[in-house]
Design a protein around this ligand. Structure first.
Ligand code: HEC
Length: 149
């Protein structure tokens, strides 16, 4: 009897801990490397504060909640979140008639949406934004050319 009760309790504990760890992994995907964490933080800071000497907008003006929530254009039009952006890039942009990478897209948003000076390819500034936006897709399966969430 006692053994059976222990067994039942044991599996209940297992079920609860499994549920909790699944719930936690759905919310926050941990990144192990502190150096990587540091650059993610720098990118997040740029995403929420850097105007790139443009019209005063920052990335978060349109990509709300650090890019995790659906975005909103200044005219109120809703745009997809960046929650899986790094997983769906590179993708073909019919308007540009070519395949666009994540760094290309970020530079396009700096020049178009912020009317700012886009950081150079390979620069720490652009890399930090790429690293931050990529961190939002942590754990998402690669789905090149797929639909944004
Ligand atoms: C004025 C609003 C606005 C601002 C500010 C803005 N963006 Fe965008 N962003 C957009 C729009 C609109 C799209 C979709 C464009 C398209 O499909 O060509 C987009 C698309 C993107 C995408 C691709 C999303 C996907 O899944 O297709 C990324 C990544 C992105 N922006 C990053 C940034 C970053 C980083 C900044 C800051 C440097 C920024 N954006 C600033 C409006 C904005």
């Amino acid at each position: 009897m006692k053994a059976i009760r222990l067994l039942i309790q044991g599996s209940r504990v297992f079920a609860v801990t499994t549920f909790v760890s699944l719930a936690v992994s759905a919310v926050a995907a941990p990144v192990a490397d502190p150096q990587l964490e540091k650059v993610i933080g720098q990118g997040k800071d740029a995403f929420t504060h850097n105007t790139f000497n443009g019209n005063g907008r920052v990335c978060q003006t349109c990509h709300l909640s650090g890019g995790m929530a659906p975005g909103k254009l200044p005219d109120g039009k809703v745009i997809p979140s960046l929650a899986n952006a790094a997983a769906v890039f590179p993708l073909f942009k019919p308007r540009q008639g070519k395949v666009v990478t994540l760094p290309d897209q970020i530079r396009n948003c700096v020049e178009g949406a912020l009317e700012g000076k886009a950081p150079a390819y390979g620069s720490d500034e652009l890399n930090a934004l790429v690293v931050y936006v990529t961190s939002l897709s942590q754990g998402k399966p690669i789905d090149m050319g797929g639909k944004p969430q």
